[in-house]
Write a protein that binds this ligand. Structure first.
Ligand code: C2E
Ligand code: MG
Ligand code: MG
Ligand code: MG
Length: 285
């Protein structure tokens, strides 16, 4: 009996791996088409400055609505797009769309700094710094209105290459942030070596910040460390007022999360921005 069971399980396993492979292959193909078919759009999530409670910027996040499968989360399709190289075209599109939107908002008098996620694959592209510079120029956006977010895992492969690319991006006036800090193969020495302006505390540590003592310690340590190294520090995944209060009391510079807003389309973001400004102007009167 044991033999039969394990054989059946094995066959089941093979069948499911097989269908997973097929699904992945299909998604790889679909990703190549997605840009041409206009299946992507970007959304914006505000970043709040805790010093004066203003919106200092927004993170730009990519959304893919597949024609038959519907919404597919970026955590699923980005790694596949990185593997098949389509992330370069997709990433360039995100950058272009972000700058285009920044220009529209600037014309209305809202100068918002936008942060885009830069994949490790994009960071390895030797023309990325020039590409960023050209895209900013195309949309008449000053470089101080753009930030690039990179992950630690992203720079691991070739640290010296990442340093030089980030340096030329920074030389142009674009700021840099390290995303999901504390996850992946964190090495404290990278914080010192990498030309970055900002540390983003990963949301996994913020989630149980007031429940799990280990998370409290980690968050405290990252804030302290960032301050000692003269880096700005932002908490991701802030979902409650209590988390915000704690982060503020610890001297965290900024916050981002559902407590303020989910990532939303451009028009909704502008509505949020106007309401937020109004609320805070009234508070300060
Ligand atoms: P990330 O850059 O760390 O982005 C933050 C993620 O946390 C986003 O997930 C956001 O929707 C989510 N989030 C924000 N606030 C909260 C909160 O309060 N609670 C919780 N539970 N989650 C919150 P999203 O949009 O699903 O993106 C996932 C990841 O996909 C991003 O993580 C980033 O690594 C990647 N990604 C998204 N857009 C792009 C892109 O344009 N290019 C590249 N290369 N990667 C992207
Ligand atoms: Mg990010
Ligand atoms: Mg993150
Ligand atoms: Mg992430």
């Amino acid at each position: 009996l044991a033999k039969t069971v394990s054989r059946n399980q094995f066959q089941f396993y093979v069948a499911s791996v097989d269908s997973e492979m097929r699904e992945r292959k299909q998604m790889e193909k679909d990703l190549h088409q997605a840009l041409l078919n206009n299946e992507f759009h970007i959304v914006f999530q505000p970043q709040i400055d805790y010093k004066n409670h203003t919106i200092i910027g927004a993170e730009v996040l990519l959304r893919w609505v597949h024609p038959t499968r519907g919404f597919i989360p970026p955590d699923i399709f980005i790694p596949i797009a990185e593997d098949n190289g389509s992330i370069v075209g997709i990433g360039n599109w995100v950058l272009d769309q972000a700058c285009k939107q920044a220009a529209i908002w600037q014309k209305k008098g809202h100068c918002i700094k936008l942060a885009i996620n830069l994949s490790a694959v994009q960071l390895r592209d030797t023309t990325i710094d020039k590409h960023i510079k050209d895209t900013l120029a195309k949309h008449h956006i000053e470089p101080q209105y753009l930030e690039v977010e990179i992950t630690e895992t992203g720079v691991m492969e070739d640290v010296s290459k990442a340093i030089s690319t980030l340096n030329s991006i920074k030389d142009h006036g674009v700021s840099t942030a390290i995303d999901d800090f504390g996850t992946g193969y964190s090495s404290l020495s990278y914080l010192k070596k990498l030309p970055i302006d900002k540390v983003k505390i990963d949301k996994q540590f913020v989630h149980d910040l007031l429940i799990d003592e280990d998370d409290t310690s980690i968050v405290n340590a990252v804030i302290q460390l960032s301050k000692s190294l003269h880096l700005k520090v932002i908490a991701e995944g802030v979902e409650t007022e209590e988390q915000e209060a704690y982060l503020v009391s610890r001297g965290c510079d900024m916050g981002q999360g559902y407590f303020y807003s989910r990532p939303v389309p451009a028009d909704e973001f502008l509505t949020y921005l106007l309401a937020y400004d109004k609320k805070n102007t009234e508070k300060n009167v």
